[in-house]
Design a binder for this molecule. Sequence first.
Ligand SMILES: [Zn+2]
Ligand SMILES: [Zn+2]
Ligand SMILES: [Zn+2]
Length: 297
Amino acid sequence: MTEQAQPLKTYRGNCHCAAYIFEVKLPEIKSAVQCNCVICSKKGALWQVPAHDNLTFVKGDMDTLSSYSFGGKIMNHKFCPHCGTNLMCMGYMSPPKPGDETPPQMIVNVRAIQNLNVWSLELRPIDGAAIPPTYEPPKFTGPEPSADIEGGKTYNGSCHCGVVKLALKTKPLDKDFDANIAECNCSICGRLGCIWIYPNADQVVFEGDENLTIYKMGLGMYGKSFCKICGVPIHNRPETLTEEQIAALPEEPRKWFTWGKNMSIINVRVLEGVDLKELNVKQMDGWNAAKQSYVNP
Ligand SMILES: [Zn+2]
Ligand SMILES: [Zn+2]
Ligand SMILES: [Zn+2]
């Protein structure tokens, strides 16, 4: 049976802040397309391709989503301007020929779909990295991080459009790296597709971080940052809380905040020269742990 012949199910999806809610008709989602191009890798996007007209907005609309395109500007990456959830792309894989009336292709990031465990999906790789032009990583021009790390190495990182850059000094990020690196599937980390590393603040220097939007949620302990131009999630920023505010937190969140408040928690996906397949990435089941606290809109 081909994919087209399978019965369609209606799935509901949304960005984390619920400004955008959509419904999409697809055959039962058992797999997703994983593209290795730079923007899909930085966003950890996992794609499904609905037939034309099978996606409708329940709340919000396509025109008010933030839109980012590059190169030939034929594919628009659409993300929520408030929370950074990368919802969909609309456009063409190759420029349409003159007179070609084919409507633009819509693809959906299944990370935004409700009650879908993306870790259970079969991933179907495509080689988007081979499509020209070749990506030129932006150059970090700020100072070295001040931390003194024995055998340390400095990695540069950035969003896709290059307005936000960073340097991270750390023990080499390879198969022998033994500090925590974690992929979390909670409502926000799962949507943003982040893989976190937990350096101290003095191991990281940002450049252009005035271009970040900070999304605060829940108890407001950490702000999730993303580039306001291209939507790439950059870091999980501990917020500045007073002693009174910290004391007022429930016990478990207070431990988590006290542990991380001097860190600069970075999305490993934005770093240059790191092979994710080499790293020992732990899967942190935040979705089940925090099940009660996020209500699907
Ligand atoms: Zn949102
Ligand atoms: Zn791609
Ligand atoms: Zn950017």
